[in-house]
Design a protein around this ligand. Sequence first.
Ligand SMILES: *Cc1c(COP(=O)(O)O)cnc(C)c1O
Length: 332
Amino acid sequence: MAHIILDKQALFHNLDLIAKKAGGKEKVAIVLKDNAYGHGLREIAALAQEYGINKAVVRNFKEAQSISQYFPYILVLSDIPKEAMEFNFAINELVALQHFPKGSKVELKIDTGMHRNGIKMEEISEALEIIKKKSLNLAGVFTHFRSADELSSELFWQQSNWQEAKKKILQKCKALGFEKPRFHAANSAALFRLGCEDDFARVGIAMYGYLEMDEVFEAPRLKPVLSLWAKRVARRKMKKGDRIGYGGDFEAKADMEVATYDCGYGDGIFRSLKSIKDGKILGRVSMDYISVASSKDEICIFDDAKKVARELGTISYEVLVKLSPYIPREVK
Ligand SMILES: *Cc1c(COP(=O)(O)O)cnc(C)c1O
């Protein structure tokens, strides 16, 4: 089977840059949703804890449970628990408040302009009143920026909505006798553009070594953490005119040596992929195999997801999250 190597030094290097930009390790919550962007949830959780990170963000309750030993603070982005728990849960729309058990720690997501989910600005007062009435615990308030990675004034417009939301919330919290909740807004791109003036930033892609920002921004020197490798399972000499794989798409133009490696679309690489770090794919990508003009025992499929993403017309995030959770992960 293919295997993944996680570069601990690269991860710690990225966390150094992130913590410095945010103003300290305690101002960083790492985003571990979708199997830590394909890197491996528990592997990255353990490394980040070792580094000194104490906050994590996940997608659902099951993910939170599997890393609860590593972080005192975990925010679950989209799930509703059956009973009150130690984790914090995001509120993605007003009616959701009705479904949370008494005592739950909730964090209001505010829609400051992305219009995907979150409490509308004009619903803030009502949301806080429901929280009081239902004896929920307001632990945090946050928002998400839709254009932090693009050069436009949009980020600043959304940021000013966020300032207004925070003001409104602080006033209402005072009136209801709530303590000040935690505020957080920045993702990776917003952190590197604006810094972090809230309690912490929620950092995903930058920790893994990437930023998908417009070129005009000066990018920090992040290092990719993950590389994908495959072992040779067979090799053969091909005669001129022999064809390889499903449909026989590749035809040898001359006698050549070809090897087949144990990585395919079942591992999460795309069928449309044509080149890998250590060569060119000959013919079609199979579920568990690719053929390459190589004689190496082991080849690197990629160590820079952005290069793969550029070839496929997508972003590093998509290339990474598609990696199968079954692939063995090793930290080096
Ligand atoms: C995924 C996500 C992030 C992290 O974004 P990056 O661009 O990977 O840093 C932050 N906040 C929320 C709400 C998210 O869903």
